[in-house]
Each structure stands twice: as structure tokens, then as C-alpha cells.
Design a protein around this ligand. Structure first.
Ligand code: 6PG
Length: 483
């Protein structure tokens, strides 16, 4: 029998930057790590450049890799989501034995994870779809990890993952999220929130720049200041860094040299598609995804810029008003961000109910406080909100957030009005305010929509004063009948 002591506690397949950083993170935490990459150059480079950071067992074939792992074998796949992931899963499964664990650490679509988990279960293997957030730096120094899959596999896998995760107040940013696709589902929504968060920060920057006429360096200072308060977060912190950067070649602010067309790899779009299927209005995330798409429609934009009439445009914010305007923008950003998070958590609750995952939103508010891209101090408030009422209808109803809204909402309205008058786009600020006003409205125009549906399609409507479904004989004598 092989001497288990000399085998690896974990293995990593796929040694591009994320994979090799995760492998190094495991090694630095004293774990023996088996490593394998399809092209051996990457494996060689990892060992040559970082082999002294811990104990690595480099393998030339997937079989050699699998046989260098302790039982139950734990193999973390860090390759491109999609076909490449399926191919590696197939190879690992062929070489593995009952009870072994395959972990997919990529940004896989959660429905793929559900399928793969069922396939592996049928072969007696455990499959864990784990969302990993934090980018390259996080992978090396402490990411947030969202593992799904069987609770049983977490018993052997959890301590390993927790050992390399970020920590906040001594709590690791890693916990078992729920069965099969739960981990990748919440990572997907995490990314959707990330899109909204980045977009609202972008809208705030845009207003300070073009409504208030401030320069990037000055705005960097504003974000730095905001980062000391309610908005304290990784994304606000790096925003100041980006805005401060000067392009070495031209001497101009780097932000002015970067093409204003945002890329996207798909997780934001998936969040919106899943929300549409679940019937959850994630308007902030949706607008953020569409804003990226619109920014990328370069041919359409260049055809319309300067051609579509703007109407009368108000002048810029005056020097006297600037201080108040900056504070209004901060509040609009905070309020819109609250909406985005509230909607994201709504989607997670709905997804969890739909799939029977039993995801605890409090866990997410806890593990997202560190390591991940949306890490932010205010996640503590979200955790408190779920502590106070685990079944709260909307995070916005939590007394702390409702209290915040008292202070935020007037500023938010002023900012949206101001942006509109200046012809500056604020899709997430504006749509989030509409969402907020829709939520709090006593009546919505949906009554009219029901009337119209009944008119052209006899789809029936409910009445406010008694139960049942009703139809008006629109093309007859217009009397009402109970359906
Ligand atoms: C993370 C990030 C990471 C990646 C996104 C970016 O949590 O570490 O979300 O997963 O940066 O995939 O996605 P886009 O390329 O779509 O912006």
C-alpha cells in the first residue's frame, strides 16, 4: 500500500495564474500540493519560480497526478469554464475511485454544476462546485470560497479550503453553501452584484467628472474619503487607485486613455437570466449588464454621438454647490448599492427555494466580508439584518437600512434629477430609485395592465374588494362575470 504520508492533501489541475496562485496558497499553508497542467511548461515554471514556497508534487500525466493524492483524493480544477472543465472532469473521474472529490473552482454556470454533480454521484464520486472570488491576488493571499456539493465532502474538504481563505475577525471567508449547484449560483450572484457595484461607482465618478467638472485626481481623493465611511469597500478603494494613475506615455490621467467599452465574460448576464426565470427583479444588476453592453456597442455609439438631440441641457454644478453635490452623489451611490445588494439577496433566496438548497444568507454576508471582490464593511449590517429577521422580505426593510434611507433618499432624487437635466446617463442610480419607489408605492400601474390584458385576451383580473378572478365582457355589454 502507498505511504499516504508522502502523498498530497490536495491537487490543483490547471496552472494559469489563478490555479498556480491557489496551489501556492495551499503550499504556503503547509499542505503538500499535487500540481498538473496539460502543457508541462506551466508546471515546470511553477516549480522553478515558487517550488521553495512549500511542498509540491508535480505530475506529468493526470494518472500520475491522481496517484499522488491522499484518499479521499481531492482535486481542484482551475481551468476555463465550459468544455475544458468537462474534459478534465472526465479524465479525473476515470482515474479516481469511489469517495474521491472533484472540485471545480472556476466560474461555471450553476446548471452545469448541477448536471456534473449528478453525473459524478452516479459514479460514486463527490463533485463540489466552488465559487472562488478575489482575483489573482486573492487566490494567492486569501480568497472568499463558496463551495457547494454534498455536505459530506465538506467534512474532509472544508478545513483545507478554510485554511487558505481570507479571514475577518478570525472567521474564515469560506463555508459550505448548499448542495450541488448552490456554490456556483451564489458566486454568480456575487458577480452580478459586483457588476452593479462597479456601475454605481462608475456613475458617481461620471457625475463628479462631468456634472461637477472635477479632475480624476480630485475625484480619487473623494473616493479615498468615502472609503473611510459607509462605503468602505475594496471596489471603492481600487477606484481611487485607478483614478490616480497617470499614463506614462501621454502624461494624461490613465482613465482618459482607456477605451470606454466594458468587457464581460458572462456571469453578470447569467445572473440576470436566472433572475428572469425566477421572476426576481434584479433591476440594478440588469441595468449594469446592459450598461456594459451599451458601452461596448461602439459602432452604434459613434453613429449616434452628436446626432441624437439632447434637448436643453442644464449648466454644470456651480463651485458653491459642489460640496453638497458631492455628498448627494455619495448618498445616491450608497442607496443604489443597497438596492443592488437587496436584489441580489432576493435572487439567492429565490434560487435556494427553487432548488431546495437551504442557503443561509447570513453565511454569505459573513464570508463576503473578506477576500472577494465585493468585500465591504456594510456586509456586517446585512448580517445583522438577517440575524434580526432571517425571513426579512427585503433587506431594505431592516430598521438600520430604513433609517439610512431617511437620510439618503432626498439626495438620491436630487442626483437623478440633476443627471437628467444635464443629459448624463445614470442607469443604475435612476432605475434603482424607480425600483425603490415601486416597492413603497401604494398603487402601481399594474392594475391598468391587468385591465388591458383582460380587454384583449380575457386574461381576467382580481378585485381589491373581494376574492376571485373576474372578466369584463369588453366587446359585449361590459358587464363583469366571475371567471
Ligand atoms: C471574482 C471576480 C472574478 C472575475 C469576474 C470578472 O469574484 O474574483 O468576479 O470572478 O474577475 O469573472 O467578470 P467579467 O470579466 O465578466 O467582468
Amino acid at each position: 500500500m502507498t505511504d499516504q504520508k508522502h502523498l498530497a492533501q490536495i491537487g490543483v489541475v490547471g496552472l494559469a495564474v489563478m490555479g498556480s496562485n491557489i496551489a501556492r496558497n495551499f503550499a504556503r499553508h503547509g499542505h503538500t500540493v499535487a500540481v498538473y497542467n496539460r502543457s508541462p511548461e506551466r508546471t515546470d515554471a511553477l516549480i522553478a519560480d515558487h517550488g521553495d514556497e512549500g511542498t509540491f508534487l508535480p505530475a506529468k500525466t493526470i494518472e500520475e497526478f491522481v496517484s499522488s493524492l491522499q484518499r479521499p483524493r481531492r482535486a481542484l480544477i482551475m481551468v476555463q469554464a465550459g468544455k475544458a472543465t468537462d474534459a478534465v472532469i472526465g479524465q479525473l473521474a476515470d482515474a479516481m475511485k469511489e469517495g474521491d472529490i472533484i472540485i471545480d473552482g472556476g466560474n461555471s454556470l450553476y446548471t452545469d454544476t448541477i448536471r456534473r454533480e449528478a453525473e459524478m454521484r452516479a459514479r460514486g464520486l463527490h463533485f463540489v462546485g466552488a465559487g472562488i472570488s478575489g482575483g489573482e491576488e486573492g487566490a494567492l493571499n486569501g480568497p472568499a470560497i463558496m463551495p457547494g456539493g454534498p455536505a459530506e465532502s465538506y467534512e474532509s474538504l472544508g478545513p483545507l479550503l478554510e485554511s487558505i481563505a481570507a479571514e475577518v475577525d478570525g472567521v474564515p471567508c469560506c463555508t459550505h453553501i448548499g448542495p450541488d449547484g448552490a456554490g456556483h449560483f451564489v458566486k454568480m450572484v456575487h458577480n452580478g452584484i459586483e457588476y452593479a457595484d462597479m456601475q454605481v461607482i462608475g456613475e458617481a465618478y461620471h457625475l463628479l467628472r462631468y456634472a461637477a467638472g472635477m479632475e480624476p485626481k480630485e475625484i480619487a481623493g473623494v473616493f479615498r474619503e468615502w472609503n473611510t465611511g459607509d462605503l468602505n469597500s475594496y471596489l471603492v478603494e481600487i477606484t481611487a487607485e485607478v483614478l490616480d494613475q497617470v499614463d506614462a506615455e501621454t502624461g494624461r490621467p490613465l482613465i482618459d486613455v482607456i477605451v470606454d467599452a466594458a468587457g464581460q465574460k458572462g456571469t453578470g448576464r447569467w445572473t440576470v437570466k436566472a433572475a428572469l426565470d425566477l421572476g426576481i427583479p434584479v433591476t440594478a444588476i440588469g441595468e449594469a449588464v446592459f450598461a456594459r453592453a451599451l458601452s461596448g456597442a461602439r459602432a452604434q455609439r459613434s453613429a449616434t454621438t452628436g446626432v441624437l438631440p439632447s434637448g436643453t441641457i442644464a449648466g454644470p454644478v456651480s463651485a458653491d454647490e459642489r460640496e453638497r453635490f458631492v455628498e448627494d452623489v455619495r448618498r445616491a451611490l450608497y442607496a443604489s448599492k443597497l438596492v443592488a445588494y437587496a436584489q441580489g439577496f432576493d435572487e439567492i433566496r429565490a434560487g435556494s427555494e427553487e432548488h431546495g438548497w437551504n442557503v443561509d444568507p447570513r453565511d454569505l454576508a459573513t464570508i463576503w466580508r473578506g477576500g472577494c471582490i465585493i468585500r465591504a464593511t456594510f456586509l456586517n449590517r446585512i448580517r445583522d439584518a438577517y440575524d434580526a429577521d432571517p425571513d426579512i422580505q427585503s433587506l431594505l426593510l431592516d430598521s438600520y437600512f430604513t433609517g439610512e434611507m431617511v437620510d439618503l433618499v432626498d439626495s438620491w432624487r436630487r442626483v437623478v434629477i440633476n443627471a437628467t437635466r444635464q443629459g448624463l446617463p445614470v442607469p443604475v442610480f435612476a432605475s434603482s430609485l424607480s425600483y425603490y419607489d415601486s416597492l413603497r408605492a401604494e398603487r402601481l400601474p399594474a392594475a391598468l395592465i391587468q385591465g388591458q390584458r383582460d380587454y384583449f385576451g380575457a386574461h381576467t383580473y382580481e378585485r381589491t374588494d373581494r376574492p376571485g378572478h373576474f372578466h369584463t365582457e369588453w366587446s359585449g355589454d361590459r358587464s363583469e362575470v366571475q371567471a
